[in-house]
Structures are given as structure tokens and as C-alpha cells.
Design a protein around this ligand. Structure first.
Ligand code: NAD
Length: 474
């Protein structure tokens, strides 16, 4: 495990600290280490927008952490608390996340200081368009170099507006749709992108439970279906993770925390009903299928098997880590456990599935969307019917050779070509399994590494360092 400095660190320093541990293990020189850690460029924009008869000046950032591979990729966050330090930290995380997942992108991130709840849809659209113009004109948005995606406070609607504005600016760019990912399906998006981060978390946890040694090391037993789960965050990431784990894997979600409180039901929460209720009431208070708890910390610290952090950074820290009772901590959000919190958790024997691995589903499927946009064709369009026909011929041959009939339900399962959604899920599942395999391999081979985060960083830094060395930086 990495050693942790005692003093409080900023988010970016936290990320740098984790990277430095991996660099030490790999024997990366100081010069190369500095080159890898450096954030290449940061744009700060201040732009005026006239709303409700008054001019308001908005502040936003876009940080390009590494251009070793292009385009650089990373979400756009709209939140009342965003800073340059945070955007730089998140951009760096994207670089390492892409390297681990073998997504051929550098890392970037953007943020806009805004509370989206204070504005109506038309106003947000105007603000998004002005932000887009500022980013594009200054070279921080285009399909070849810098491609945003959704993050906290943004979704497919904002991505569609970004693509639309970019297209108006550069109508001659045939690949303009690839300037942003996470778009709605009918605006050049890809099937399965909205759910991708939550789906990736599900695949990562499924993979964890395929390894009995890892399950035992966390102090857990049995399969995923007998685990009690608490989730912080019911936004894009938290909702999808909770939905898939409860509906598909039959795990029991016993607690959900949002910014205005939490709800608990030890017999399991109906996530779809809860989500619907939260959308309608903008609060979990009064949800008939559970007990509302004002003090969210209580729920964060309640006894459970898996705690999924899918809201904000620094939610488990030196001050509360000792009271966390979950055995498996899953970092759906970026940086939700500080390095001091991590040290305490690990001393207690908890296992952490780190953000750099576990929440990479979004960027993996963004990669698929970007390549789809460049090819101008939906995945599966060419081969789907061909596959279905071949499968039909194989079944017919089998039936005529054996004299037996394949049951109808089996026939319809087999005689199906892969749809875009099937292919996206298959590619995502494969990526999550492969990254887990690499992480495990490093942990088995190295006596020095006993946690998944350090292993994940070692893999990512090793790949990036090799790229730099070929460029003569060592
Ligand atoms: P979102 O805006 O859709 O949802 C955020 C959720 O967090 C909401 O349910 C909100 O109520 C909750 N929340 C906010 N402040 C809170 C607080 N103080 N205490 C408890 N809950 C709080 O955001 P999202 O897209 O789901 O992103 C969540 C996290 O996951 C962020 O850290 C983001 O960077 C990370 N992430 C998102 C994606 C993606 O594809 N959206 C991909 C990778 C990582």
C-alpha cells in the first residue's frame, strides 16, 4: 500500500501522491515522473450571458492533462463547487483511467461554476452554447483533440447542445458529431452510453465475485446475490449501478444517500420506485418504501457488505474512515476516498475497488461512441442479419443431423445477430474483466503491492512511461 502524508492534501495532490507511489515501484525517474504528472494546459473562461434581463458572468475551466494520445477525453461538470484544482485532478485521473482500460485517449476534464437547479431549460441551453463557443474557439473542443462527455450536473441533453453549437460553428467538419460523447441516440449517441458507468460498476463487482480469494480477503462470503449494498448518490452513476445490482444480480440495496438525506430499508429498496419518487419530489423524504434519515453520515457508516460511493470526492477521509463498516468499498465517483481515509480503511481490512478502474465504463463506451461517429455507422448494421442467417443455417443443420428439434425459446436466443447494445455491453464487459485480470496479475507478481489502486496505477503509469520513453523522455 502507498504511504500517506499526514497533512491534508488537495484533490490534485491526492492523485499525484497515488501516482508517485506507483512511480517509485516502477523506478520511474524524477524527470519522467514530472512529465507524466504535469497538466499540459488549462483554460479558464469567463463569459457573460444575459438572462432575465440581467448580465451574469460565468466561470468555467477545461484542463488538458496529457496529450500523449489524442483526442483527450473527460467529462464536463456543472456544479456550484468547481475549481481549477479539482478540474486538473479529474483530468489527470482520466489520463490514468484511459491507460488502464486501453482506451487510446489522453485525459482532460471541464467544469462550469453553476448551480443548474437555478436555471430553466432554455437558460441552461443558452449557457451551454456560450460555454461551447468559448471552448471551441480557444481550441479546447473538437473531435481530434478534446472531446468532453457528461459528468456531474450534465447529461445527454447538454451533450446534444454542445454538438449542435459546434456544428453551427464548423459546418464543414464532417466529423463534427464526434466533438462530444454521451449524446442522445438520435443525436449521434450510442446505445448503452447513459447507463455505461453504472453498468461498468456492475461488471467490475461481478468480476470481483468471480474470484473467491478476493471475496474472502475482503471478509465477504457467498455470491453477489447475498450482499447488502449502500449507495451514496442516485444520479446517473448511482442509479444505474443500484438498478443493475438489485434487478439483475439480486443484491439487496438497503440504503441510498443523496445530497438532501438518505433512505433505509433493511429488507431492500425498490430502486426504480425510489428513483421515480426522487425525480418527482426532488427529495427522498416521504418515500413509502423506506425510512428517511436526515443524517446521511449515519447511513454512510451503517453496517453493510458493499458501499458504493457515487456522488462526490473526499467522502471518506481521515475523520470518518474508522467508522465505515462496509467490507468492500466501490469508488463509483472520482476520488471519493482520500489517501488518509484509504490508509485507515485498509488497516481495518476493507478492500477498495478504485475509481481509476471501477468507474471507467463511461469513458470506455464514450470511446465506442467516438469511433461510431467517425465511421458514421451504427455498430452491428453490417453483420447483424448475416450472423442471424448463419446461426439459423447451423441450427437447421444440427436438427437435421440429430433428428431432434431445438426448443423454440433456445432457437430465438441463438438466431439473433448482435445489436449495437449487445456489442457495447460485450465490449464494456470485456474491458472491465481484462483490466481486473491485469490488476490481479500485478498484485500476484509483486510482493510490494497489496491494494488494487496501487496495482492499477502501476499498470497505467507503466503504459504511459513506455510511450514517453519512445519519445526520448526518460
Ligand atoms: P449526478 O449529478 O448525476 O449525480 C450526483 C448524485 O450525487 C446525486 O444523486 C446527488 O444527490 C448526490 N450528491 C451530491 N452531493 C452529495 C452529498 N454531499 N452527499 C450525498 N450525495 C450527494 O452525477 P453522476 O454523473 O452520477 O456522477 C457522480 C460521480 O461519478 C462524480 O464524481 C463523477 O465525476 C463520477 N463519474 C461520473 C461518470 C458519468 O458517466 N456520469 C463517469 C465516471 C465518473
Amino acid at each position: 500500500m502507498s504511504t500517506c502524508p499526514v497533512n491534508g492534501l488537495s484533490f490534485r495532490e491526492n492523485v499525484d501522491h497515488m501516482v508517485e507511489s506507483a512511480m517509485r515501484i516502477l523506478g520511474v525517474s524524477e524527470t519522467l515522473g514530472e512529465a507524466i504528472k504535469a497538466c499540459r494546459s488549462v483554460l479558464q473562461v469567463k463569459f457573460p450571458v444575459k438572462l432575465r434581463g440581467q448580465v451574469k458572468v460565468f466561470t468555467g475551466w477545461r484542463a488538458i492533462h496529457s496529450e500523449h494520445l489524442l483526442p483527450t477525453k473527460g467529462g464536463l461538470r456543472f456544479a456550484p463547487i468547481v475549481s481549477q484544482d479539482e478540474v486538473e485532478a479529474l483530468a489527470a485521473l482520466m489520463t490514468y483511467k484511459c491507460a488502464l482500460a486501453d482506451v487510446p485517449f489522453g485525459g482532460s476534464k471541464g467544469g462550469l461554476l453553476i448551480d443548474p437547479r437555478e436555471y430553466d431549460d432554455d437558460e441552461i441551453r443558452t449557457i451551454v452554447a456560450r460555454f461551447t463557443l468559448n471552448l471551441a474557439k480557444k481550441g479546447f473542443l473538437d473531435p481530434a483533440t478534446s472531446v468532453p462527455a457528461p459528468d456531474m450536473g450534465t447529461g445527454e441533453r447538454e451533450m446534444a447542445w454542445i454538438a449542435e453549437t459546434y456544428k453551427q460553428l464548423y459546418p464543414q467538419d464532417i466529423n463534427s458529431n464526434a466533438c462530444v460523447t454521451g449524446k442522445p441516440l438520435d443525436h449521434g449517441g450510442i446505445a448503452g452510453r447513459t447507463e455505461a458507468t453504472g453498468r461498468g460498476i456492475q461488471y467490475a463487482i461481478q468480476e470481483f465475485f468471480r474470484h473467491p480469494d478476493d471475496v474472502a480477503e475482503a471478509g465477504l462470503s457467498d455470491g453477489l446475490s447475498s450482499q447488502r449494498v449502500v449507495i451514496q448518490g442516485l444520479g446517473n452513476v448511482g442509479y444505474h449501478a443500484a438498478k443493475f445490482l438489485s434487478e439483475i444480480d439480486n443484491a439487496m440495496v438497503i440504503g441510498v444517500i443523496v445530497s438532501s438525506g438518505a433512505v433505509v430499508n433493511l429488507d431492500g429498496l425498490d430502486i426504480e420506485a425510489l428513483h421515480q419518487y426522487h425525480r418527482e419530489h426532488r427529495s427522498l423524504r416521504g418515500f413509502p418504501g423506506g425510512t428517511f434519515v436526515d443524517d446521511s453520515e449515519q447511513v454512510l457508516e451503517m453496517e453493510c457488505d458493499i458501499l458504493i460511493l457515487a456522488a462526490l470526492e473526499a467522502q471518506i477521509h481521515g475523520g470518518n474512515a474508522v467508522r465505515i463498516r462496509a467490507k468492500l468499498i466501490v469508488e463509483g465517483a472520482n476520488g471519493p476516498v482520500t489517501c488518509q481515509g484509504e490508509k485507515i480503511l485498509m488497516d481495518k481490512g476493507s478492500v477498495i475497488l478504485p475509481d481509476i478502474y471501477v468507474n471507467s465504463g463511461g469513458v470506455v463506451v464514450s470511446y465506442f461512441e467516438w469511433t461510431k461517429n467517425l465511421s458514421h455507422m451504427r455498430y452491428g448494421r453490417l453483420q447483424r442479419r448475416y450472423e442471424a442467417t448463419r446461426a439459423m443455417h447451423q441450427l437447421t443443420a444440427l436438427e437435421s443431423l440429430t433428428g431432434q428439434q431445438v426448443p423454440e425459446w433456445m432457437r430465438s436466443e441463438i438466431v439473433q445477430g448482435a445489436s449495437e447494445l449487445d456489442l457495447v455491453r460485450s465490449g464494456l464487459d470485456d474491458t472491465m474483466r481484462e483490466a481486473y485480470r491485469q490488476i490481479r496479475e500485478v498484485m500476484v507478481e509483486s510482493e510490494e503491492i497489496d491494494d488494487m489502486r496501487t496495482a492499477a496505477y502501476v499498470i497505467a503509469i507503466d503504459k504511459i512511461a513506455r510511450w514517453y520513453r519512445i519519445q526520448g523522455i526518460s
